[in-house]
Design a protein around this ligand. Structure first.
Ligand code: FAD
Ligand code: NAP
Length: 534
């Protein structure tokens, strides 16, 4: 345990991709750093989400750090889309390679961070009794790290074991011979369901909103792709940085409505066969802006559901409808739809019979009771703001982040908050964040922050704070760009709709990774325009 009020240069909260790289970069700048991590291991998302089937849906060659050129040459990914164990061992390898573990304090949750206006330092306290005073405080707390539970009563009364996908037990779960209920069909649900179905005696899936699920065509990594990428990694990384979603794709030039039905279908078919998150979404210029265009892609995906599910009534329930394709996070699957062809798998459509409560014996809907031995809760996360608001963060004038963000998370560039000097957020609301390949966004934020720290010490500054006017202007820009798209048409976690009472505001910046990056670079080259430095 650290000494009381130990003085260090920087506290980083969280030891996932963000926190580990932040530690490395701040150390390079000569700072003393401590990382606090609530989990018993490093890895963040890839430490917590150990449910069977957990997997990345950005290709492994792209979902990896670019900062260590030797590492990216040496590391050998085995699959097109890496599974959770492989990503976790990659992160553990990075931590060992850069000797990161010695500054990470595990099983320690930061509970309070308080800015002292007299000393211009942050006092950070943990649930293990640490009290640390630091010049900088970086929230690397993750956008999808605060689990969210179903908003119905009774989970605590359920007699059997239950598991949230984001808090999966490390020893694994044995479903054999059990009657299992799974609530939720987002990316986590669609990944875990086929594996539960393999083992369980009987599986019932409770679906509220059907997702647009594309086939991943995952498999052993293509060695030609590995050779090509490794031969051109700097260019490949730069192409990702200069893309919209942090994944380089050929940019479209036409509207979906400019081409014949036949041509469009062929394009979508080719996109489908690539097994890639954005191959269809970025096939035409206007899929995310124009409902009529979007519907052409949505209809194509619905047809794929019918092609994969034998029972037409079940396929009809699984068909994604009622919101444009891409406005909730699309999913990539392995065997998801085919799972509904099994005799031991049943689908309950919660739009026909709403969830009422969880009982001692199972799940009650408006249509009746379902009995289970085990429940899997795949209801997602209080995304983007949940983990930050879970900490008592108090800035100038005693204002807390919780109060400041009551009507939505205002930030400057998704990186900083007016009233909270020397506090930074990695992939915060107002940055591309969950709408991007997050490793590209994480690296950009970490490097921007460490450059800023270098600039401050080179220029004799010790305090930096986002100006309220710059924050307001950026927040308005984020919302204005969002309003040009279809993103606000779906009840997604992007707009906070999955958490009752949360402000309904589009949180990630939809202006694209490249444009956003350019804006951050312009701010830095103008001597951190929009910030006050002291
Ligand atoms: P995290 O990995 O979430 O790490 C944050 C850490 O902070 C956690 O370990 C948490 O315990 C810790 N923490 C939070 N609050 C506190 C506190 N108060 N005190 C101490 N510690 C705290 N992104 C993609 O781009 N592509 C994908 O395919 C993809 N797949 C995903 C699959 C799953 C199952 C999930 C849940 C997310 C996925 N993501 C994906 C998003 C993923 O979260 C990011 O890619 C990335 O791993 C985030 O890294 P991070 O370090 O920012 O946050
Ligand atoms: P999610 O996408 O938010 O999905 C949660 C699911 O639970 C949805 O189907 C939701 O229905 C349902 N749900 C929530 N509350 C409910 C309630 N009260 N009653 C009934 N159903 C309820 O969460 P997630 O699946 O954990 O994924 C979160 C994000 O993590 C993903 O979008 C992605 O960014 C990342 N992720 C990625 C992968 C991957 O493939 N790489 C895997 C897992 C996670 P509604 O849609 O109706 O709200």
């Amino acid at each position: 345990m650290a000494n009381a009020a130990e003085e260090i240069d920087a506290v980083v909260v969280g030891a996932g991709f963000s926190g580990l790289y932040m530690l490395h970069k701040l150390r390079e700048k000569g700072l003393s750093v401590k990382v606090f991590e609530a989990g018993a291991g490093i890895g963040g998302t890839w430490y917590w989400n150990t449910y069977p089937g957990a997997r990345c849906d950005v290709e492994s060659m792209d979902y990896s750090y670019s900062f260590d050129p030797e590492l990216e040459q040496e590391w050998e990914w085995t699959e097109k889309y890496p599974g959770q164990p492989e990503i976790l061992s990659y992160l553990q390898h990075v931590a060992d390679r850069h000797d990161l573990r010695k500054d990470v304090i595990l099983e320690t949750r930061v509970t309070h961070a308080t800015f002292d206006e007299r000393t211009s330092r942050w006092t950070v306290r943990t649930d293990q009794g640490h009290e640390v005073s630091a010049q900088y405080c970086v929230m690397a707390t993750g956008c999808l790290s605060q689990p969210k539970f179903p908003e119905v009563p009774g989970l605590e009364t359920f007699a059997g074991p239950w598991y949230h996908t984001g808090l999966w037990p490390k020893e694994g779960v044995d479903f054999s011979g059990r009657r299992v209920g799974v609530i939720g069909t987002g990316s986590s649900g669609i990944q875990v369901i086929p594996f539960v179905a393999d083992e369980a005696a009987d599986l019932t899936v409770f679906q509220r909103t059907p997702n647009y699920v594309l086939a991943s065509f995952n498999g052993p990594i293509d060695q030609d792709r590995v050779r090509d990428t490794k031969a051109n990694y700097p260019q490949a990384r730069e192409a990702a940085r200069q893309s919209i979603f942090g994944i380089a794709v050929d940019m479209p030039t036409q509207s979906a409505l400019e081409v014949s039905d036949e041509e469009r279908r062929e394009v979508y078919q080719r996109g489908w066969e690539r097994g890639h998150l954005n191959a269809i979404l970025q096939a035409y210029t206007d899929l995310i802006f124009n409902e009529e265009s979007n519907e052409t892609a949505a209809a194509f995906i619905r047809d794929q559901v019918h092609a994969r599910v034998n029972d037409p009534a079940t396929a009809a329930k699984l068909e994604p409808r009622g919101y444009p394709y891409g406005t909730k996070r699309p999913c990539l699957d392995t065997r998801y739809y085919e799972t509904f062809n099994r005799d031991n798998v049943h689908l309950v459509d919660l739009r026909e019979e709403a969830l009422v409560e969880i009982t001692e014996s199972g799940v009650r809907t408006t249509a009746g009771d379902y009995a289970f031995d085990t429940l899997v809760i795949a209801t997602g996360f209080d995304a983007m703001t949940g983990a930050i608001q879970n900490i008592d963060i108090t800035g100038k004038d005693g204002v807390s982040v919780r109060d400041k963000w009551q009507d939505g998370p205002d930030t400057y560039l998704g990186l900083a908050l007016a009233g909270f000097p020397n506090l930074f957020v990695i992939t915060g609301p107002g940055s591309p964040s969950v709408l991007s390949n997050m490793i590209v966004s994480i690296e950009q934020h970490v490097e921007w922050i460490s450059d800023l720290v270098g600039y401050m010490s080179a220029n004799g500054h010790s305090v930096i704070e986002a100006e309220a006017a710059a924050e307001k202007e950026w927040t308005e820009h984020v919302r204005a760009v969002g309003d040009m798209t279809l993103f606000t048409k779906a009840d997604s976690y992007y707009i906070g709709a999955n958490v009752p009472g949360k402000a309904r505001v589009l949180m990630p910046y939809v202006g694209g990774v490249a444009g956003y990056r350019q804006k951050c670079e312009e701010v830095a080259s103008a001597g951190y325009a929009g910030f006050e430095l002291k």
